[in-house]
Design a protein around this ligand. Structure first.
Ligand code: PAF
Length: 277
């Protein structure tokens, strides 16, 4: 039975009890609208930890666009049913005032790795992510936290923050889950019209082709990739870029740690993806 917890003090009481019994506690932070990708994080957490907490909090601080925040899908009853089925111990779903009480005045800001790509396209986004993730770690006192590799840059930002602040938690990055046609699973996919949903897999297909072109040393691979994505019906591209996987520094040619990252708009929905090269 998954217990719904809304207050930090109640979450802390459960975790203290579990730690007292010698149990390892895993945390799966989410913003809800759960899909198979989230459930794979839950399974990874359950494989390592005796107790698993999933969190659902649509964090206003990480949305630089109020329309995006307003449109973000909120499906708590369905999410709870999925978490029950998966055997999650606690769903922590706090109201905004529990996370950001009156007078809240702190921002966690990660330099370097948070700057380019998503950081440049969505100013303030990673400050919001780092702040809420630091809070979720502190509120839960979990031992391990599980994040999807689909948000690759987010994962690097969280790793940097944990290392820099000596936070006592181990961060695990889990493989991106894809639909049968290659589209990376995302809560935003539910906002795609049938027409857009049919176009969406073109991003991953073009990236896969570009990765192979880059490995083969072909010039213009990124330009060809962008042109293919636009020709498939995407409206615009924020970036399609080759970067070092850890530092997110730009690369001009593949290395052993190269990663191709992309963000593109389709029918008002912003899709992101990344793959190793
Ligand atoms: O990846 C997400 O869903 C969010 O950015 C996270 C990590 C739950 C923080 O709000």
């Amino acid at each position: 039975m998954t217990e719904i917890v809304r207050k930090v003090s109640d979450l802390r009481a459960s975790v203290a009890r579990w730690h007292g019994a010698g149990d390892t506690v895993g945390l799966v932070p989410t913003m809800g609208a759960l899909h198979a990708g989230h459930l794979s994080l839950v399974r990874a957490a359950q494989a390592d930890c005796a107790r698993v907490i999933a969190t659902i909090f649509v964090n206003p601080k990480q949305f630089n666009n109020p329309t995006d925040l307003a449109k973000y899908p909120r499906t708590e009853p369905a999410d709870l049913a999925l978490l029950q089925q998966a055997g999650v111990d606690v769903l922590f779903a706090p109201p905004p005032e529990e996370v950001y009480p009156l007078g809240f005045a702190t921002t966690v800001s990660v330099a370097g790795v948070a700057g380019p790509l998503e950081g440049a396209s969505r100013p303030g986004h990673f400050d919001g992510v780092a702040t809420v993730v630091a809070k979720l770690f502190g509120m839960s006192r979990a031992d391990r936290a599980y994040f999807g590799q689909k948000d690759w840059q987010q994962l690097q930002v969280v790793r940097r923050m944990v290392a820099d602040l000596n936070l006592p938690i181990t961060v695990i990055g889990c493989e991106t889950l894809r639909e049968g046609d290659g589209l990376a699973m995302s809560s935003r996919n539910t906002r795609l019209s049938p027409r857009a949903r049919a176009i969406a897999p073109a991003l991953y297909a073009a990236m896969t082709r570009a990765a192979s072109d880059l490995r083969a040393g072909k010039t213009g691979a990124l330009k060809t990739c962008a042109a293919t994505v636009l020709a498939a019906g995407f409206d615009s591209i924020d970036y399609i870029d080759l970067r070092d996987a850890d530092s997110l520094e730009p690369l001009t040619a593949p290395t052993s740690t190269a990663r191709l990252l992309a963000a593109a708009w389709l029918d008002g929905v912003r899709l992101i993806d990344n793959i190793p090269v």
